[in-house]
Design a protein around this ligand. Structure first.
Ligand code: GDP
Ligand code: MG
Length: 340
């Protein structure tokens, strides 16, 4: 693999340069699904190269944060909170200033969110560059954001999504599964399907211990804060959803046990409705001041809880933390397994 790229990766900037630089970066599509043939996937080598193929980061540990789920459920919107936080953190660390983010004047952007009409394609996107964060142990990690979308319209797209989600679960150190209102039984069932695919891929590639790291359910437009408060009700809510009882049908029990066996950590965050300006078609331009304050507060709390330097976990493969350089090999290897 050729690390000698012409465009150098220079994450060390002054605050102003960082702001300017950031707006030149876009998401790139790493894996594309073919809508005519649910079996066929294409790995975009150029995208892989553009994000991870820089000599300066070759030996840095990689952290991959994925957000997965169906279309039009606010994934990209949420990813822009992650972007905002990580860039603010990178800037604060590099220029030794106080971490401040999500002020009233902030315009959330980066991952495109769309209201209405045009259907996006199924696939996996990466933010165009890693964001360099100094972890609590003093090491600099390359943090990569991943956007995964699918649709469950019919059996062929279900197969396609299963594969795409399986792959993103396999590649990420943190998988956020975005759902609306609740964690429905079919979401759990889809998950075990993804997980099954992931396990198959692992069997063919290499033999690991617990195959996956962290799974976090993000429940949007959650409507029962009296019973499960937004601020800290998530784990209690998840506990209830994943409860295994003797009178449960076998099928439901197996799904729950499998999830617990496959992931090192399971967690859950509950988010309120973001307000009519965000949810209403077309009018919202990403300004933080137009977001319902309660949503802003909870999204901020969740982002900080998931991405702060104390908790960032590099991607583990075979129980070992891996580097950007190694990740390139793994992405190639895993996507080959999923190509047929
Ligand atoms: P994605 O397809 O899952 O990436 O969804 P987007 O982030 O593109 O959002 C789709 C639409 O839902 C946009 O109009 C957003 O402004 C809106 N939206 C974003 N977050 C939420 C949320 O938490 N609740 C509701 N009801 N709408 C949201
Ligand atoms: Mg999106």
């Amino acid at each position: 693999f050729d690390f000698d790229l012409t465009a150098p990766f220079v994450p060390e900037f002054s605050t102003r340069d960082q702001m300017e630089h950031r707006h030149k970066v876009f998401p790139v599509q790493l894996i594309a699904a073919n809508s005519n043939n649910p079996q066929a996937f294409r790995l975009n080598e150029n995208a892989l190269n553009a994000v991870l193929g820089h000599r300066e980061i070759a030996n840095k540990k990689i952290v991959i944060i994925s957000v997965a789920g169906a279309f039009r459920k606010g994934k990209s919107f949420l990813l822009n909170f992650f972007l905002e936080y990580l860039y603010a953190l990178q800037n604060a660390q590099q220029n030794d200033i106080k971490l401040e983010w999500l002020g009233d004047d902030t315009q959330l952007q980066g991952f495109h969110w769309r209201s209405g009409a045009k259907r996006d394609t199924v696939g996996i996107w990466l933010w165009g560059e890693p964001i360099m964060i100094e972890a609590a142990n003093g090491e600099k990690y390359a943090v990569v954001l991943m956007d995964t979308q699918g649709t469950f319209d019919n059996s062929s797209t279900l197969k396609q999504c299963t594969t795409i989600f399986g792959l993103s679960t396999l590649l990420s150190s943190l998988q956020c599964y975005n759902v609306v209102d609740n964690i429905p039984e079919d979401a759990l069932q889809h998950l075990t399907l993804f997980v099954e695919y992931g396990r198959l891929a692992l069997k063919e590639a290499q033999d690991f211990g617990k195959p996956f790291q962290q799974l976090t359910f993000v429940v949007r437009d959650f409507k029962s804060p009296e019973e499960f408060p937004y601020s800290d009700g998530g784990s209690k809510f998840l506990e209830q959803v994943l409860q295994v009882t003797p009178d449960q049908p076998e099928e439901l029990r197996v799904v729950r046990e499998q999830l617990k066996e496959c992931f090192d950590t399971l967690s859950c965050f509950l988010l309120p409705h973001p307000g009519y300006k965000v949810a209403e078609q077309g009018s919202f331009k990403g300004y933080v001041k137009d977001i319902r304050p309660l949503f802003r507060e909870e999204a901020k709390r969740m982002t900080t809880a998931l991405l702060n330097p104390q908790v960032l976990q590099p991607k583990l493969v075979n129980g070992k933390e891996i580097t950007c350089k190694k990740m390139i090999d793994y992405i190639r290897e895993f996507s080959r397994v999923f190509e047929n």
